[in-house]
Structure formats: C-alpha cells, structure tokens
Design a protein around this ligand. Sequence first.
Ligand SMILES: CC(C)(COP(=O)(O)OP(=O)(O)OC[C@H]1O[C@@H](n2cnc3c(N)ncnc32)[C@H](O)[C@@H]1OP(=O)(O)O)[C@@H](O)C(=O)NCCC(=O)NCCS
Length: 153
Amino acid sequence: MDIREASAVDIDGMSRVLDEIFAAKLRTTPGSPAFVRARYIEDRGRLACSVAVDEQGLIAGFQSLKRAVADNEYGVAPGWGIIGTHISPRAARRGVGAALFEVSRQAAQAAGLTMIDATIGKTNTAALAYYQAMGFRPYRTIDGCICKCSEVV
Ligand SMILES: CC(C)(COP(=O)(O)OP(=O)(O)OC[C@H]1O[C@@H](n2cnc3c(N)ncnc32)[C@H](O)[C@@H]1OP(=O)(O)O)[C@@H](O)C(=O)NCCC(=O)NCCS
C-alpha cells in the first residue's frame, strides 16, 4: 500500500470507498463526490487527509484529521483533533488503518495538537476495537456514539 496526502484527483476513489462501506451496512449514508470534496478535501479544519492506494492503483481507504473549530458538529473541544477512518471492506484487517494512523499521528504532532477525538457508533465493534488498538480510550458518550480520545505522543 502506498500512502499519500489526498488531493482532488482522489475524490472519486474516496467516494467509492464510502459507497462500499455503505453497501456493507457499515455506515448509514453513501458518500457522493460532492460530499467528499466538501467534507475531506476542502474542509477548513483539514490538517491531513491520507489515502492508501493498493497495488492496482485503487484507493483502499483514507483517514482524515481536522482541527476542531468552535461549534463543530461533534461537540469536540476547539483545538483538539478530530479523526475519521474509512477502509473499504475489500481491504479490511490488513493493517491499512494502522498504517494510516501513523501518518495522522505525525501530522497531529506537527500541527501541535495535544488530543484527538474519535466519535464512533456504539455498535461499531470493529471501529471501537480499532481505535482502542491505536491507543484511544473512552471519555464521553453522545447520541448513539462512544467518543474516545488519545493524547498525541
Ligand atoms: C474500523 C476500521 C477503520 C479498521 O481498519 P483496518 O484497516 O481494518 O484496521 P487494521 O487492519 O489496521 O487493524 C489494526 C488493529 O485494529 C483492531 N481491529 C481492526 N479491525 C478489527 C475488527 N474487525 N475486530 C477486532 N479488532 C479489530 C485490531 O487490534 C487490529 O490489529 P490486528 O489485526 O493486528 O489484530 C475499518 O474496518 C473501517 O473503516 N470500517 C468501516 C468504516 C468505519 O466504521 N469507520 C470508523 C467510523 S468511526
């Protein structure tokens, strides 16, 4: 897997990943190219958004790291990081998420973040286990979600 910073050329591939996750019933909405552009490529809080590209040149997954702005939709403390991970089911459990997190962790350090929030559906056992394995620990709950956080080290 090649890991690199996402750009506009990756929008369709990232959208496909979200649609594959949706088709597998692991997220509640698909991810149109317009959604990906607004949410990940052009988001004003973006610190890093890394894509993992497989041997065929297809995007296998991506991870986004943003700086929480005032009144963000997750209620995360302004200045913290907000992380989101999206790995296609075709590439799951092959270490892609762990490799992406190492890149995001370094980006968080470089940006001077001290804490990162991951807001996870409370029944999403894979994601709960993944973030636990990446060093995140529960610190609050909101509407159907468990929020875990990790100090940036
Ligand atoms: C959750 C998710 C990000 C994990 O990514 P991944 O690339 O499959 O994870 P990795 O292979 O890097 O796994 C790293 C570690 O996380 C844990 N883990 C990952 N998936 C797991 C699962 N399904 N069950 C239990 N533990 C899991 C394990 O400790 C794993 O290490 P190991 O394989 O050596 O045991 C991925 O499955 C995904 O994107 N799911 C759909 C979208 C989603 O739910 N995103 C999170 C929204 S909050």
